[in-house]
Design a protein around this ligand. Structure first.
Ligand code: ASN
Ligand code: ZN
Ligand code: CA
Length: 332
C-alpha cells in the first residue's frame, strides 16, 4: 500500500512547489498517485534502463540548485504534473494515450547531455543536465514539449520529417507554451519563447521564438514550397507563428514582461482570438483532423474544420484562422 502525499519540491526553475509523492514504510518516492502513477527516476549519468526511483525519508526534494541531484527530479516531476493537469483539465485528455496511465520521467541522462527527448518505445521522457552555459533541460516548456511528442504520436501520428515533421515540432512548442502559461508560476512565467531558461546560446536568448521564428537565425517565418526540406525544428516556424498570430494577433504586444512583434507575410493585420481558443482549435485538429501525412495546406483545412465545429463557420474565430494562415503564406 502506498499512501498519497504532497511533498515539497525545491526546483531549479519554478521555486518551491508541491509534488505528488507516495509513502511506503518510512520512505517517500517521486510517485504521483493522483496523476496516473507518474514516477521520476535518477539515471545518475547512465543512458539506459530506469536507474533508480527517487526516494528519501523527508519528502523534500532538491534544494533549488543543480548541484543537488534531487533538484532536476523535482523540476521534471513538476513539469509532468503540470502537463498532465493541462491535458486533463483544459483539453479533457487523461494522459498521453488518453487512458489514464502516466508515462515516466528520467533525469541526469548521460554526461553533459544538452537535450531532452520523448521515446515511444519506453513511453518515457528523458532529460540531460546541460553543459557549460546550458542549464539542465528540465524547464516547464521543455517538459511539456517532450510529453506532447507522446500525445502527437498517439493521435495524429505526424511523421517526423518534411512538412508533417515541422507540424509535429510546432505542436510540441504550442503546448509547451500553453502549459507554461497554464502553470502560472511566478518564477518561470508563461511566454511564447521556447527554452528561455536553458540559455543554450549563453547569451540569455531562447531556443525558439513563436512571434517571429526567424529571430533564432534558422527558423522560417512563412511557408514556402520546399520548406519540407529543412530541419523539423526550423520548418516548425510558420506553424508556431500561425499559433502566435491566431492567439495574440500581429504587431507589437507585451505579455508578462516580454515584448513581441509579429509580422505577416502579406503585411495585412491579424486580430487574435486569445490563446485559450487557439489551443482548443489546434488540439481538436491534432486529435480529430490531422493524420501522419498532414502538410501545411492540410493543417489549414484541419484547423478551419475544427474552428467551424467549435465556433461556427460564420464566427470571428473561423475568420481569424483564415487570416492567421494567410499571414504565414498558407492560402486557400
Ligand atoms: N529535444 C528534441 C525535440 O524534442 C529532441 C529531438 O530532436 N527529437 O525535438
Ligand atoms: Zn521536439
Ligand atoms: Ca517558455
Amino acid at each position: 500500500y502506498q499512501a498519497i502525499h504532497n511533498g515539497t519540491g525545491n526546483t531549479l526553475y519554478s521555486g518551491t512547489v508541491t509534488l505528488g509523492t507516495a509513502q511506503s514504510g518510512s520512505s517517500y518516492t517521486l510517485t504521483d498517485t493522483t496523476r496516473g502513477n507518474h514516477k521520476t527516476y535518477n539515471l545518475n549519468r547512465g543512458t539506459s534502463g530506469t536507474g533508480t526511483l527517487f526516494s528519501g525519508s523527508d519528502d523534500v526534494w532538491g534544494n533549488g540548485s543543480a548541484s543537488n541531484a534531487e533538484t532536476a527530479g523535482a523540476d521534471a516531476h513538476y513539469g509532468a504534473a503540470l502537463t498532465w493537469d493541462y491535458y486533463k483539465n483544459v483539453q479533457g485528455r487523461s494522459g498521453i494515450r488518453g487512458d489514464g496511465v502516466a508515462a515516466y520521467s528520467r533525469v541526469h541522462y548521460g554526461n553533459n547531455y544538452v537535450n531532452a527527448f520523448w521515446s515511444d518505445s519506453c513511453f518515457c521522457m528523458t532529460y540531460g543536465d546541460g553543459s557549460g552555459n546550458a542549464n539542465p533541460l528540465t524547464s516547464i516548456d521543455v517538459a511539456a514539449h517532450e510529453m506532447t511528442h507522446g500525445v502527437t504520436s498517439n493521435t495524429a501520428g505526424l511523421n517526423y520529417s518534411g512538412e508533417s515533421g515541422g507540424l509535429n515540432e510546432a505542436t510540441s512548442d504550442i503546448f509547451g507554451a500553453a502549459v507554461e502559461f497554464y502553470a502560472n508560476n511566478s518564477s518561470d512565467v508563461g511566454d511564447y519563447l521556447i527554452g528561455e531558461e536553458i540559455d543554450i546560446n549563453g547569451d540569455g536568448t531562447p531556443l525558439r521564438y513563436m512571434d517571429k521564428p526567424s529571430k533564432d537565425g534558422a527558423s522560417k517565418d512563412y511557408w514556402y514550397s520546399g520548406i519540407g526540406g529543412v530541419d523539423v525544428h526550423y520548418s516548425s516556424g510558420p506553424a508556431n507563428h500561425f499559433f502566435y498570430l491566431l492567439s495574440e494577433g500581429s504587431g507589437t504586444k507585451t505579455i508578462n514582461g516580454v515584448t513581441y512583434d509579429s509580422p505577416t507575410s502579406d503585411g495585412l493585420p491579424v486580430t487574435g482570438i486569445g490563446r485559450a481558443k487557439a489551443e482548443k482549435i489546434w488540439f481538436r485538429a491534432l486529435t480529430t483532423k490531422f493524420t501522419s501525412t498532414t502538410n501545411y495546406a492540410g493543417a489549414r483545412t484541419g484547423t478551419l474544420a475544427a474552428a467551424g465545429e467549435l465556433y461556427g463557420t460564420d464566427s470571428a474565430e473561423y475568420t481569424a484562422v483564415q487570416h492567421a494562415w494567410a499571414g504565414i503564406n498558407v492560402g486557400a
